[in-house]
Design a protein around this ligand. Structure first.
Ligand code: DCC
Length: 193
């Protein structure tokens, strides 16, 4: 008995995920999808996650835990670790060229993660059913083959770009849309360029 909710189990009829033909090559850095993103942007206190495309609909990422990420003294905050998992899982959508947001995310905290640690993340989409994208991630410490410190399963829901335009604050939406770099505009909203 895993204790996980059944909504994270792909239903009968779910399909294998499909990597978009223009997805970045395995090993390629994805870069920040939006420079103000807490997960992959450059602002202080953010996670500054570095994400690389993997094989299939999978990827790897690195997150270096610094002093701004503490919960208990010298240890990473659990919510911050969950944010790193969420960002890593969210990046999978760029490999499929779909726009999707996290509907549900369940995290297991297996080992404490000290400040100064590099968390080696690996994520993949496991199945797709209509608008629902099922995915899973692990975070290891001590190296990419080290022990698992955190793991997550999640359900992302595909949305249209209006989701952001309707719900986001207009200052940021308008600034992002005004960027002359159309690929950056596309990635900020995870739209197929
Ligand atoms: C480097 C580049 C990449 C870029 C990388 C980008 C990284 C971004 C950061 C990581 C991602 C985020 O954090 S995104 C931000 C956090 N998430 C959010 O803000 C989402 C807030 N929630 C919502 O807006 C909404 O609840 C939605 C869009 C998720 C769902 O609303 P909806 O569109 O009306 O859809 P709805 O009919 O309710 O649901 C559709 C189907 O999904 C199921 N469903 C919906 N929500 C849930 C749920 N929580 N748990 C279980 N199941 C759910 C429903 O049962 C239904 O199943 P069935 O009846 O069809 O079977």
């Amino acid at each position: 008995m895993s204790g996980r909710t059944t909504v994270l189990k792909p239903p009968e009829g779910a399909m294998a995920p499909v990597r978009h033909p223009d997805a970045p090559a395995p090993g390629e850095l994805l870069g920040a999808h939006y420079d103000q993103c807490f997960g992959c942007g450059e602002q202080s206190g953010g996670l500054r996650l570095r994400v690389r495309a993997g094989e299939g609909v999978g990827l790897t990422a690195e997150f270096t835990v610094d002093a701004a990420h503490q919960g208990a003294p010298g240890l990473a905050h659990g919510g911050v670790l969950t944010a790193a998992l969420d960002e890593t899982l969210g990046s999978l959508n760029w490999l499929q060229r779909v726009i999707a947001v996290t509907g549900r995310l369940e995290t297991d905290f297996v080992r404490p993660v000290p400040v100064g640690t590099v968390l080696h993340l690996e994520a993949r989409v496991t199945a797709v059913h209509g608008r629902k994208i099922y995915c899973a991630a692990t975070g290891r410490i001590g190296g990419p083959e080290g022990p698992v410190a955190v793991r997550a399963e999640a359900l992302f829901i595909e949305v249209r770009v209006d989701h952001f335009i309707k719900n986001g604050r207009s200052e940021e939406i308008n600034a992002a849309l005004a960027d002359p770099d159309q690929v950056k505009v596309a990635r900020a909203f995870e739209v197929n360029p």
